[in-house]
Write a protein of this length. Structure first.
Length: 94
C-alpha cells in the first residue's frame, strides 16, 4: 500500500459508489460499523479475509485494491516485461 490515507480514501469512494452506508457494508462483512469507519479514517486496515470480500464486492482485483499510484504502474510494467501473469489472469485460463 502506497499510503494508508490514500487506501482509506479509496475504500470510502468505492463504498459510496456502491451506494452503501457504513452500516450496510459492516453487515455484509460481519463487522461493526465502527470498524468500517476506522478503515475509512486510516486508523486501521481490513484483515485478509475482509480484503478478499471487499475485492469481490467492489469488482476490483486484490492488486487493484492494494496497489495505488506508482506502485500499480511499477507492478504492471514489471509483470509485462517479465511475462508474468497476475493471479486473475492465471485463473481465467481454461
Amino acid at each position: 500500500m502506497e499510503d494508508k490515507t490514500t487506501f482509506a480514501k479509496f475504500l470510502l469512494e468505492k463504498r459510496l459508489a456502491a451506494g452503501l452506508t457504513q452500516k450496510d457494508l459492516a453487515e455484509h462483512l460481519y463487522v461493526d460499523s465502527s470498524t468500517v469507519s476506522k478503515w475509512e479514517r486510516a486508523e486501521s486496515c481490513p484483515d485478509t479475509d475482509n480484503l478478499i470480500c471487499l475485492s469481490k464486492l467492489y469488482h476490483v482485483s486484490l492488486d487493484g485494491l492494494l496497489l495505488t499510484g506508482e506502485e500499480k504502474k511499477e507492478e504492471i510494467l514489471s509483470s509485462e516485461s517479465s511475462g508474468e501473469k497476475s493471479v486473475e489472469q492465471e485463473r481465467s485460463i481454461p
